[in-house]
Design a protein around this ligand. Structure first.
Ligand code: ADP
Length: 351
């Protein structure tokens, strides 16, 4: 019942916002045929402004209804925060707002989508600036710190704060106390924070400013859950390029340049995937695979052969290769993605 009521409120909110813009548009188009060119030009500019407002509302709704899943990577949160602050620096100066930053040194990276985090931070900065308006002695304090196993960006302002009766509603879609507000900034920001496995929190007392805290998971914690890949290839350039692609797939990569090295790493640890060059300077990939089949048949199932180079000898080789997925050099990110998916499918079927 609560949810239905909320949906009703949201629908009413959308209708209200769009209706206001439409009313303004109709106001501008009325009696258009009786007006001169200059008047019409001015009216057109206002119509354009209102149409943009509707476009903003629709854009926000889409973002809220179907937020793009975060594309997470390891992010230097202090650097990203500083870069985002640069975007609002002209507004800070125009409003005469004093900026204070406090970034803890040597922070671990966050596990986050930099574009989405930037969107959240911009929202928080803009809200703070709007709350302070042109009040004298405004200030904005931005800190990046570690809180237990998460990273936090704290944004405090010296504005009027948020009264207690409003505080529980600021994350509601379409809740706004601003004349031209969409009320979507914080609800979308909250959705983004949650999609990251993080959180967005608010503290405020009327008259004492507001503090918003964005919490994000730490990269190193997630790394423990990352799948671990052993990449065995003797060509450093190829190995480097492949390692980059594997990392972009969210994998933790360990490299070996010879068959001997691979043998000792395979004996010492477990791997979620093993990318094995067919040709190595000391032993061949298929030889290592055969050994694995005897000693660790479960891990042999996780081998992806890397092939490349001489096509004629290779087609013969291909027939001898065991029925494991193969990746032909040089390869693209999509091919890496596909071969990993094939390996996972194969493992799922085996299970
Ligand atoms: P909008 O900015 O379009 O109003 P938001 O979802 O970003 O939408 O914010 C919702 C409401 O939360 C604002 O209208 C305002 O009342 C309140 N709010 C947000 N940030 C602050 C702040 N820093 N200080 C005071 N009030 C704030």
């Amino acid at each position: 019942v609560d949810r239905l009521a909320a949906v009703g409120e949201i629908a009413a909110g959308i209708a209200h916002e769009i209706n206001n813009a439409l009313a303004a548009i109709f106001g501008q188009t009325a009696n258009g045929d009786q007006r001169d060119a200059e008047e019409l030009r001015a009216a057109l500019a206002r119509v354009d402004g209102q149409a943009r407002r509707i476009a903003d509302i629709v854009q926000g709704m889409l973002g809220f209804a179907r937020p793009r899943p975060p594309r997470v990577e390891l992010v230097d949160l202090a650097e990203l925060t500083a870069r985002t602050l640069d975007l609002v620096r002209p507004d800070l100066e125009r409003q005469g707002v004093a900026l204070e930053t406090a970034f803890s040194p040597d922070l671990p990276p966050a596990q986050a989508d930099p574009q989405q985090v930037q969107q959240v931070l911009l929202n928080l900065f803009r809200n703070a600036l709007q709350a302070m308006g042109d009040q004298a002695q405004g200030w904005l304090r931005v800190g990046v710190v570690r809180v237990d196993d998460r990273l936090a960006v704290r944004v405090s302002d010296g504005g009027p704060g948020i009264p207690p009766e409003i505080l529980p509603r600021v994350f509601d879609p379409f809740f706004s106390t601003k004349e031209k507000g969409s009320g979507l900034g914080l609800s979308v920001s909250y959705a983004i924070a949650r999609a990251h496995g993080g959180d967005l929190q608010v503290e405020s007392e009327a008259g004492r400013g507001a503090t918003f805290t964005l919490l994000l998971p730490m990269g190193t914690v997630a790394a423990e859950h990352m799948e671990r890949v052993l990449l065995v290839d003797d060509a450093p350039d190829v190995a480097e390029a492949l390692a980059q692609m594997l990392m972009r797939e969210g994998l933790h990569v360990t490299r070996a340049g010879t068959g001997e090295e691979a043998r000792s790493l395979l004996a010492a640890e477990s791997w979620d995937a093993i990318l094995l060059d067919v040709r190595l300077p000391d032993v061949s990939g298929p030889e290592i695979f055969a050994e694995l089949q005897r000693t660790r048949p479960d891990m042999a199932q996780r081998v992806i052969f890397i092939t490349g180079g001489l096509w004629r000898s290779e087609s013969r080789l291909r027939q001898q290769l065991p029925a494991q997925p193969t990746l032909a050099k040089p390869c693209t990110q999509e091919q890496v993605h596909d071969v990993l998916r094939r390996l996972r499918d194969q493992r799922r079927q085996a299970a």
